[in-house]
Design a binder for this molecule. Structure first.
Ligand SMILES: C[S@@+](CC[C@H](N)C(=O)[O-])C[C@H]1O[C@@H](n2cnc3c(N)ncnc32)[C@H](O)[C@@H]1O
Length: 233
């Protein structure tokens, strides 16, 4: 029987986009070789705060952190929380390692790969915050199933979040913004925390610009910042 539901990244399970850029400088290569293995999320088995950090701290996940400036900011701001970052792009991972080293952050764990691998293995009701900032927009309709914000991943995020947890999504792509709004509209477990344009146009002081947000601003593009609360039920 034919189904009208398009497959999404959960059923595709294939990472698109580049995983390496220019060759790493010596310092970055050294951090990848020596610091990354100490912060690596285990590749197999269930994940929770105790396994990752040795205690019961609150957890946050950033999907596709890019160069990692937002993740470093959040981790420095909340040293008692644990931050997990998933990003396949090695040069971005190396950039974040530089910040972790410079700022002496002890509360970050990194996964060089697909955030879905992490979400699937996390215990339900674990995450206090999830950040999906400027996900690849895949603007062509035939690529819509590659977008991270789709029913499969969002359902997984929902089940891994604590009641009351916050999901933040940013995009500077008008089509992706509409896509997110329409997907999230059908997610009754999430409430959009916006009353008017000032809410999605404002830049909260705890929401620093990522590289892609800065690039978008430089080009004169609008950036939409969408925040959702996971319902208590
Ligand atoms: C457009 S970039 C945005 C990077 C960063 N969040 C920013 O705002 O500057 C999207 C990032 O998501 C990463 N990405 C794509 N699919 C992913 C997935 N399934 N899991 C983790 N990261 C992913 C890409 O490697 C890329 O670095």
């Amino acid at each position: 029987m034919e189904t009208s539901v398009a497959p999404d990244p959960l059923s595709i399970r294939r990472l698109y986009g580049r995983q390496k850029g220019h060759p790493l400088r010596a310092r970055a290569a050294d951090l990848v070789e020596n610091l990354l293995p100490r912060l690596d999320v285990p590749r197999e088995g269930p994940l929770d705060a105790r396994r990752l950090f040795g205690d019961e701290r609150e957890l946050a996940l950033e999907v596709g952190f890019g160069r990692g400036e937002h993740l470093a900011f959040q981790a420095a701001r909340a040293p008692s929380m644990g931050f997990i970052g998933a990003e396949p792009y090695l040069n971005g991972v190396a950039g974040l390692l530089g910040d972790i080293d410079r700022l002496g952050l002890a509360n970050v764990r990194l996964y060089r790969g697909d955030a879905l691998d992490i979400l699937e293995r996390l215990a339900p009701g674990t995450l206090s915050a999830v950040y999906v900032l400027h996900p690849d927009p895949w603007p062509k309709a035939r690529h819509a199933k590659r977008r991270f914000i789709n029913p499969g991943p969002v359902g997984l995020i929902q089940s891994r979040m604590k009641p009351g947890g916050i999901l933040r999504i940013a995009t500077d792509h008008p089509l992706y913004c509409r896509h997110v709004l329409s997907i999230m509209q059908h997610q009754p477990a999430f409430t959009w925390l916006a009353e008017g344009p000032e809410d999605w146009e404002a830049v909260p002081e705890d929401w620093p610009e990522t590289r892609f947000a800065r690039k978008a601003r430089g080009l004169g593009h609008q950036v939409w910042r969408l925040a959702y609360r996971r319902s208590e039920g």
